[in-house]
Structures are given as structure tokens and as C-alpha cells.
Write a protein that binds this ligand. Structure first.
Ligand SMILES: *Cc1c(COP(=O)(O)O)cnc(C)c1O
Length: 388
């Protein structure tokens, strides 16, 4: 039996406001954005420092219940600093999912380290602790408290997990694996603001975690990101590294190490403060939209809507349809039809090991990631859709 593509397209349409075009994800500015940005311009505090940066960092720490938040110019920069502070060095390997956005992989390469791709599970769309445990048992040799890849002889330093579309990965078993293999856990929580694993906001398990406030994320600062950590000393170093490693002084320009200009401008932080005030409303809208999709597709065969994993609360940043394996060959046809009808849909990212710069990287067998890549279709998920 063929997949009923007209029926699926109509079902999507019935969940959405009637417009000629529905974007995959749009920002919503319905709060104090104008007021706060105007204040930056009126006072001249638009750039490297200002009260909105401090306020945004404080409010992020409060919302996530993580001790420290350091705002950055984007999420990729946040990830880069997380990896550096985790001690990732040249020629280290970092375990990371093949199914992720390129930012996670690039951040590893910026450290001159080597991404080592691992498989996902369809329970969460993120790293699978079960297949990873088997794989590590096979390839790792532990010497003096460091895990080495037997094949390459390189140290495996860290595990960088990612909460796909806001659905938290299985953090407890993954942290346990990290402890067993002396790996540092880092969370790419770029998509996970407002997502909870066993009652705790994502970002708690990682030694360091990264958020993104790009234009398509749950809240936006235009471009922006943040580093989260419980550790005061790491937080201090993160601030230092993201502000050119400049030593505080009234007039001298002294820098004590290789630093980065990764700070978030005050004018972007002003947007962030206004957006954070609306985050609970955004999350509620996203949950309602996800429920609407789930109910609408409950009776449609061949396809299902991805739901939050057990013991988690997802922010439902991006909703996704998953075709049954038998219909994987219909993915392109469904993408074509929905986009032609003005409903923006997208496949997930091309798996990282297929990209030219990462083809030679080590990897485990990736059957689940390959299957998800062939069957996933992201569907419109803007919070604004619920306010029409
Ligand atoms: C958005 C995103 C990032 C960070 O992207 P920036 O555009 O640099 O803020 C990182 N990882 C994932 C998985 C993302 O979706």
C-alpha cells in the first residue's frame, strides 16, 4: 500500500491556520522587545557590556536552575568554549551523534579534535546509551584513567550529546557510561531550552552545556548562545575566554592566553530578556501544537508524530513526523507535496559522517541514525501558530 500523501498533507493543513505559506519556525516578538532594544540605543549601551547581558545571564541561570550562565555570540561559540574547558585537545576524539546539526561537529573540529560518530535511538532521537555501551566495551582500552580508541590509539576525551528537537536524551545512563570510561559529558542543549529530564532542566548532567538563541530557536536574541555550568571556576574561565582573555585593568590591554571575542552584545541580550519573559507562554503554545498534531495523526497509518520520551518534558521545539520503515521511499514525495502546498517541511540534517570534511572520521555502525534520516520530516512548529 502506498502512503496517502494527500491525506497527510490535508491533516497538516487542518492543524494550521489558513495562510498561503507556513514557515517551519518563526520567532515571535510580543513582549518588551522594542522597549528594551530602544533603551540600549537611547543610552548607547549596545555593545560588549551592559545591564541586559548581566540580567539575561542571571535569568537564564534562574530559569534552568543551573548556577552559572555565560552569554555568547552564538551557540556554536558556546559549544567551542565548553569543549575547550572540558580539556579537549588536539587529536583527542570526542564521541558525538552522527544525527545532529553541524555546529556540534564543527565545534569539536575547532579544537583540532576528531569527532567520533555514534548512533541514536528512536526512543529519544539522541545518543543511544545501550548501543554505545556495547561499542565502547569493544573499542576502548583504559590506561591510567584515560580511555583510548584501540584502533586509532587516540584518547577519547568527551561525550557531546544533543537533545534533538528538544527531546532530552537518556542522561542518567549516559552519565554513568561517562563515569565508567572517564569521559567528560557535555550537553549540546541548543534546542533544549525549557526541556526537562526527570524533573531537572537539561544541562544539569553535563560538566558544561550550551544553549542557542538563533532566530529559529525557542527564544531568540537574533544570534546568541550561552554556556551553562554548576562550577564557579569553569564559569569564570568561560567568561574570561569569551572576552578575549583580557585581564581586568582600568586602562591596560593585557591578555593572559588565547582568548575569543565570543561575547553577546547588550542589544542582543536586551532581546533575550524580553523573550525569556515570554518563555513559559511559548512553551505552553508549543505543547498545545504538539498535542494537536498528535491527535490529528493518531488515526493515520504509515506515519506518526514524535512524542517526548518517557520521564521527560520536551519543549517541543520542532515537531517531526516519522514514516514507518516501509514508507521511507516516500519521504521525498511527501516533502515535495507539502512544500508545494505552502507548508514548509524539511528532512533532518544530513548525517555528519556523509559530509566531505567528516567522511574520514571514526564511527560506529549507525543503523538507527541512517533509518531516522530517511524517515524524518520536520513540520511547522512556531509558537506563533497558536496565537492566530
Ligand atoms: C542551533 C544549534 C546550535 C547552535 O547554533 P548557532 O546558530 O551557532 O547558535 C548547535 N547545535 C544544535 C543541535 C543546534 O540546533
Amino acid at each position: 500500500m502506498a502512503l496517502n500523501i494527500p491525506l497527510i498533507t490535508n491533516t497538516l493543513k487542518n492543524c494550521l491556520p489558513s495562510r498561503n505559506f507556513i514557515a517551519l519556525h518563526e520567532p515571535r516578538f510580543a513582549g518588551h522587545e522594542w522597549e528594551y532594544v530602544k533603551e540600549c540605543i537611547d543610552t548607547g549601551w549596545v555593545s560588549s557590556v551592559g545591564k541586559f547581558v548581566d540580567r539575561f545571564e542571571q535569568q537564564l541561570a534562574e530559569f534552568t536552575n543551573i548556577n552559572h550562565a555565560i552569554a555568547t555570540v552564538n551557540g556554536t561559540a558556546a559549544l567551542h568554549i565548553c569543549l575547550l574547558l572540558a580539556g579537549v585537545q588536539t587529536d583527542d576524539e570526542v564521541l558525538t551523534p552522527a544525527l545532529t546539526f553541524i555546529a556540534s561537529t564543527n565545534a569539536i573540529a575547532y579544537c583540532r579534535a576528531i569527532p567520533h560518530f555514534i548512533d541514536s535511538t528512536d526512543r529519544t532521537l539522541g545518543v543511544d546509551p545501550i548501543s554505545l555501551a556495547d561499542y565502547l566495551a569493544e573499542i576502548v582500552q583504559i590506561k591510567q584513567g584515560i580511555s583510548y580508541n584501540r584502533q586509532t590509539q587516540r584518547p577519547i576525551r568527551a561525550l557531546l550529546v544533543m537533545h534533538t528537537f528538544g527531546h532530552p536524551v537518556e542522561l542518567d545512563p549516559l552519565l554513568e557510561l561517562c563515569q565508567r570510561y572517564h569521559l567528560i559529558l557535555i550537553e549540546d542543549a541548543a534546542e533544549g531550552l525549557g526541556s526537562y529530564y526527570q524533573g531537572q532542566h537539561v544541562g544539569h548532567h553535563g560538566k558544561l552545556s550550551a544553549l542557542s538563541f538563533n532566530g529559529n530557536k525557542v527564544i531568540t536574541t537574533g544570534g546568541g548562545g550561552a554556556i551553562l555550568t554548576q562550577d564557579a571556576s569553569l564559569a569564570k574561565q568561560a567568561k574570561h575566554l569569551t572576552t578575549t582573555a583580557k585581564l581586568p585593568h582600568a586602562w591596560r590591554f593585557d591578555h593572559d592566553q588565547l582568548g575569543y571575542n565570543y561575547r553577546l552584545p547588550n542589544i542582543n541580550a536586551a532581546l533575550g530578556c524580553a523573550q525569556l519573559e515570554q518563555l513559559p507562554t511559548f512553551l505552553e503554545a508549543k505543547r498545545q501544537l504538539a498535542q494537536r498534531y498528535q491527535q490529528a495523526f493518531a488515526t493515520i497509518s504509515g506515519v506518526r508524530v514524535i512524542q517526548e520520551p518517557i520521564e521527560t518534558i520536551s519543549n517541543y521545539w520542532l515537531n517531526a513526523l516519522l514514516l514507518e520503515p516501509a514508507y521511507a521511499d516516500q519521504q521525498t514525495a511527501l516533502l515535495t507535496e507539502t512544500n508545494q502546498q505552502g507548508i514548509m517541511t524539511r528532512p533532518c540534517w544530513t548525517l555528519q559522517h556523509k559530509l566531505p570534511m567528516y567522511q574520514a572520521c571514526p564511527r560506529m555502525p549507525l543503523p538507527v541514525a541512517e533509518s531516522l534520516e530517511a524517515r524524518l520530516i520536520n513540520i511547522p512548529s512556531s509558537q506563533g501558530l497558536m496565537f492566530d
